[in-house]
Design a binder for this molecule. Structure first.
Ligand SMILES: [Zn+2]
Length: 197
């Protein structure tokens, strides 16, 4: 173990998701030897993300204004709504360039083992949006794993009686995306979607 500031940095980095003790140490020493201007930019970016970023009041995507860039875009269709779990899923679907409607970010998926039920997600807000009558089709783009499937099934049961068309994204390679990135998604989903046999 090291003393003082360098150990504090290693400890903080080690608390980040996906960063093990060895990576934390490697990143800390990289920062120590980096150009001071680069480190200042990193520190500023960290502070700004907490100061400036909030959730869109309409779709709950990340935003720097009351509404996110997608909700503010007048060229997008208001009749199709795509439901995703997290803001990063919005980015993944946007990368395909296949969707021109609006989004709704649930903030997770139904997961009874972790105590996450429908009330913990932004499902009430979704129902309010659907109640406006403007939305004709709902695309359920939750993850193709147990929690995502459970969430999609739950939403389909709730929404179908409202006379709104409900569809589910097929899993597999997103067409038209960056191959390297798409491959990462596919791999990630293959891991997430694995089941005990
Ligand atoms: Zn939005």
């Amino acid at each position: 173990m090291y003393e003082g500031a360098i150990q504090d940095l290693i400890d903080e980095l080690g608390r980040l998701p996906g960063v093990g003790p060895k990576s934390a140490q490697r990143i800390a020493f990289h920062i120590l030897s980096a150009d001071p201007a680069d480190v200042t930019r990193l520190a500023t970016a960290l502070r700004r993300v907490k100061d400036l970023v909030r959730f869109c009041t309409v779709c709950f995507n990340v935003a720097e204004t009351e509404q996110c860039r997608i909700c503010r875009d007048p060229r997008r269709g208001d009749d199709v709504l795509c439901v995703v779990e997290e803001p990063k899923d919005v980015v993944a679907i946007e990368r395909t360039g296949e969707f021109r409607g609006r989004y709704h970010v649930l903030g997770g998926a139904i997961n009874p083992l972790e105590g996450i039920g429908p009330d913990n997600l932004r499902i009430r807000e979704l129902m309010l949006r659907l109640g406006s009558g403007e939305i004709k089709e709902l695309i359920l783009a939750t993850d193709p794993n147990t929690e995502g499937e459970a969430t999609a099934t739950y939403l389909a049961l709730m929404v179908k009686p409202m006379g709104i068309a409900v569809s589910r994204l097929a899993s597999g390679l997103p067409v038209g995306g960056d191959l390297e990135y798409a491959d990462e998604i596919t791999l990630g989903r293959a891991f997430e979607g694995r089941r005990s046999v």
